[in-house]
Design a protein. Structure first.
Length: 279
């Protein structure tokens, strides 16, 4: 076990090596089925899960900025998360985005420091969460698309971890995330593409292998970009993990950074397609 320093300066034993891997796998084995079940159920169950996660991310975001357990930033973003996602669950998406913007404005004015970063939380994780509910509930293939999205992001994360551990090699961006390698990025893209190739026909009825591979690779890339973006933000504020909410993984934002960007990519593409096709 290695000693790590927490936000309050105290030393705590952190698992590493095989113990860390087992803890990571155990957490995933518990949380993944619950997430998939909520996604498949949709409706209030899925909306409640997304809202709960956004409140936790509000706490992590506010603590990163204000360096305190409770702050006006958390209250504003947390309340906006609950209200906006309740509106989204009822189908009132424009009002949900307005509420998210109001929460960001409240975080800006309530922040003691780093006001711009405080407000950015609403755009970083709350807006994509609203888009995720739109995808699940409003698109004709929403159930299958949401499950495919989860599968691709999880596969990309697994591929990144596997490639980095087994191959290693040159670092992807040492200044942002010293542990990430080009081999890990390649593994993420490959695993994401394979997941899409296998699951897209079953979930969505897609028959074109090339299209499925492109979707998997594209969303895998978005996931990697999200991971790097969150790493850059954490380095900006001098922290390693957003929290310890998920044993073996760190915080909720640490676990969902790739999902946030992949969700944004998928929903933006689908919305643009619907606009250009006139549907």
């Amino acid at each position: 076990m290695a000693d790590v320093r927490t936000d309050d300066g105290l030393k705590a034993a952190a698992p590493r090596g095989r113990d860390a891997l087992l803890l990571r796998v155990a957490s995933a084995a518990i949380l993944a089925p619950l997430t998939l079940l909520a996604s498949w159920s949709g409706g209030p169950v899925f909306a409640a899960l997304v809202a709960f996660l956004c409140v936790l991310m509000s706490f992590e975001w506010a603590r990163m900025i204000e360096k305190t357990q409770t702050s006006m930033v958390f209250y504003m973003l947390g309340a906006a998360s609950a209200a906006a996602l309740t509106l989204a669950a009822a189908g009132h998406y424009p009002f949900a985005y307005v509420t998210a913007a109001a929460g960001s404005a409240g975080a800006y004015w309530g922040a003691v420091k780093h006001r711009g970063w405080a407000a950015f939380g609403g755009a970083f994780f709350l807006a994509p969460a609203i888009a995720l509910l739109w995808l699940r509930e409003e698109h004709e293939l929403g159930g299958g698309l949401t499950l495919l999205l989860f599968a691709i992001v999880w596969a990309a994360d697994t591929g990144g971890y596997t490639g980095g551990r087994l191959v290693g090699g040159p670092k992807l961006s040492p200044a942002i995330s010293p542990a990430k390698t080009w081999a890990g990025a390649a593994g993420g893209l490959i695993f994401g593409a394979i997941a899409s190739l296998i699951l897209a026909p079953a979930l969505l009825g897609w028959r074109g292998a090339g299209f499925a591979l492109a979707v998997g690779g594209g969303l895998g890339l978005a996931s990697i970009v999200g991971d790097m973006a969150e790493s850059a933000i954490k380095r900006r504020f001098g922290i390693k993990d957003m929290s310890g909410f998920i044993p073996g993984h760190g915080g909720v934002l640490d676990r969902l950074d790739g999902m946030i960007f992949a969700t944004s990519a998928m929903t933006a593409a689908l919305y643009a397609l619907s606009v250009f096709s006139g549907r």
